[in-house]
Structures are given as structure tokens and as C-alpha cells.
Design a protein around this ligand. Structure first.
Ligand code: ADE
Ligand code: ZN
Length: 326
């Protein structure tokens, strides 16, 4: 299949990746032993057996349990370095990764430890693997806006090491409007903004992300397709959607990859991109996501290139760097 080999060789940008979601079961157990953390699972196989989810919350419960082994700067380095060396095999040349600081602050792990380890790996990846990067601090939407505001304050000493802000975790019942003040502050400070919207939540949440939070991108956005006016708005604004096919399948956002809406998104003029979200939990890295689309949808060569180009166009890179990739 020539499309498969084209997809493999194509230089890629990944725009939707939670670094804690790249924590493989093997590393969970290695770090648990190194840090003397007790796990609720006896071994790697029983941990993997817990990776059967019927919705977003099912997954999040396992995701937060898994990351409890991350305690030291070296842990955050090892996690990030494992991701970078893995995606280099998929010809990834640019990554924009999320981290969830509140989940680690809760365990007493400071921002200096988190950002220090992640950035040390990203800098080494840039030097040794040729992978450029952006780092996005993501607020947890199941917590209060005050907690997000506090986290933003705590992040001020690291302002230069953060490129943008995001919003993730349990979507239903936690609309973007809950975070209007904190994102207004992020925007005032000159940061880029991207929020998860329309993964499980209704089209109204995508409207709020656009109109209230003034986002630069939408993460997921699947349910925007239920609202024609919203689709027209997203297309007119040229907003990038960071779509995650295997994640959508594992979290039952779609029942079957053959019904995945990514080609419909392209037909509607939406700037969809292909991403892995939480590859350790959803059965694949970015290359696996491209492969799954090719195997289940009537993707053309032009559509494949379009998806790849959309990622560089939607990346938070300066124009000359983008042009080098396009
Ligand atoms: N955190 C990690 N992955 C997520 C997802 N797909 N949706 C919401 N929050 C997340
Ligand atoms: Zn996500």
C-alpha cells in the first residue's frame, strides 16, 4: 500500500499530546520501583487490562492513577525523552505537548520539577533528534477556576518556558465559560490558547471556546459537526482542529473508525489534523493514527497531504519555520 509508506515517510507535526498520556505501563512499573510508590495493579498485564474504557471519565481515572509514579525531575525527563525517541521513528519533526501541572502539584511535586524535567528532554530532543517543540500548560476543568488562577500565578517564574495554555479533563458539566477569567488573563499575558471542546461536550462548548476564551485552536471538536453555523464559523476563521482518531475510538466518541468524521471535516473546509492524545493508553502513536485512518477510510493522497500540512499551518511556529516544512 503506497499510501501507508507515504504516511510513514511524511514529516509530521503533533499538536495534541498529553505527555502524561505517553507513560507506558513498563515505565509506570520502573518508576514505581525507583520511587517506592505502591500501585493498585500487581503487574504490567493487569495494568494494561484496565485500559478498556467506555467514556472519557473511565480513562481519566486510570490516567491520573498512572501518573502518580511521577515524582522527580528525572522522572519527567525520562517520560518526555521516551516519547521523543518513539515519535522520531514516525518522522515527527515538531511537537506541541500538554502537561497537567495541577495533577502533580496535588502530590507535592513542584512546577520547577515538572517543567525542568520536561524542558530538559525537549531541549535535548531539539539538539539530538532535530525535533522542535512548544510546551502547553493545561488547566484541569474538573477543578475550580480559582485553582487554575492559582496555578497561573505559580507559573509566572516559568513564563518564558511556557508557550501557551490549554484546558482538559472531564468535559461534561465543565464548560469553557467556567474559565473565562483565567483565559482572559492568559490572553492579556500574550499566550496562545487551545482548549478541549466538543469531544464529549455539546457544540455550545465549542462556541464558548471561540467567543468567550478566544482560542487559537480547538482540541478534538468532533461534536461541532452537529451545528452547521458552527462549522461555517470554524471554517471562516480557519481554526485548526486537533483530531485524535484512536482516542475517539477508545473513548467511544466514535463506534467504528469507518465512521470517523475526519474526511467529512476536510470536505467541510475544516483544518483537521491527526494526533495521538494519550498514545500509551489508546493503542498508538501518531504514525499508528495515520495508519488506522488509511486502513479504515477511503483517504486519498491529497487528503493525506492536507492533514499533514494542516498540522504545520496550525502549529505555533513562526512563519519562516512553517514555510520550511510546507
Ligand atoms: N486529558 C488527557 N487526555 C484527555 C482527553 N482526551 N480529553 C480530556 N482530557 C484529557
Ligand atoms: Zn487531549
Amino acid at each position: 500500500h503506497s499510501l501507508l509508506s507515504l504516511a510513514e515517510r511524511m514529516p509530521k507535526a503533533e499538536l495534541h499530546l498529553h505527555i502524561e498520556g505517553s507513560l507506558e505501563p513498563e515505565l509506570v512499573f520502573q518508576l514505581a520501583e525507583r520511587n517506592q510508590v505502591k500501585l493498585a495493579y500487581a503487574d504490567i498485564d493487569s495494568l494494561r487490562a484496565a485500559y478498556a474504557f467506555s467514556n472519557l471519565q473511565d480513562f481519566l481515572d486510570v490516567y491520573y492513577a498512572g501518573m502518580s509514579v511521577l515524582l522527580t525531575e528525572q522522572d519527567f525527563f525520562d517520560l518526555t525523552w521516551a516519547y521523543l525517541t518513539r515519535v522520531q521513528q514516525d518522522n515527527v519533526v515538531h511537537v506541541e505537548i500538554f502537561f497537567d501541572p495541577q495533577a502533580h502539584l496535588e502530590r507535592g511535586v513542584g512546577l520547577d520539577v515538572q517543567i525542568g524535567g520536561i524542558r530538559r528532554a525537549l531541549e535535548q530532543g531539539k539538539r539530538e533528534l532535530g525535533i522542535s517543540f512548544r510546551l502547553i500548560l493545561s488547566f484541569l476543568r474538573h477543578l475550580s477556576e480559582d485553582s487554575a488562577l492559582e496555578t497561573l500565578e505559580l507559573a509566572q517564574p516559568f513564563a518564558e518556558q511556557i508557550d501557551g495554555f490549554g484546558l482538559d479533563s472531564s468535559e461534561r458539566g465543565h464548560p469553557p465559560s467556567k474559565f473565562a477569567r483565567v483565559f482572559a488573563r492568559c490572553q492579556q499575558l500574550g499566550y496562545k490558547i487551545t482548549v478541549h471542546a466538543g469531544e464529549e461536550g455539546p457544540p455550545e462548548y465549542v462556541w464558548e471556546a471561540l467567543d468567550l476564551l478566544k482560542v487559537d485552536r480547538i482540541d478534538h471538536g468532533n461534536r461541532a459537526l452537529e451545528d452547521d453555523a458552527l462549522v461555517r464559523r470554524l471554517a471562516a476563521d480557519g481554526l485548526t482542529l486537533t483530531v485524535c482518531p484512536l482516542s475517539n475510538l477508545k473513548l467511544c466518541v466514535v463506534d467504528d473508525l469507518r465512521q470517523h468524521p475526519i474526511l467529512r471535516m476536510l470536505d467541510l473546509g475544516l483544518k483537521a489534523t491527526v494526533n495521538s492524545d494519550d498514545p500509551a493508553y489508546f493503542g498508538g502513536y501518531i504514525g499508528d493514527n495515520y495508519r488506522a485512518l488509511i486502513e479504515h477510510l477511503p483517504l486519498t493522497r491529497e487528503q493525506l497531504y492536507q492533514l499533514g500540512r494542516n498540522a504545520f499551518e496550525g502549529a505555533w511556529l513562526d512563519e519562516p519555520s512553517k514555510q520550511r516544512h510546507l
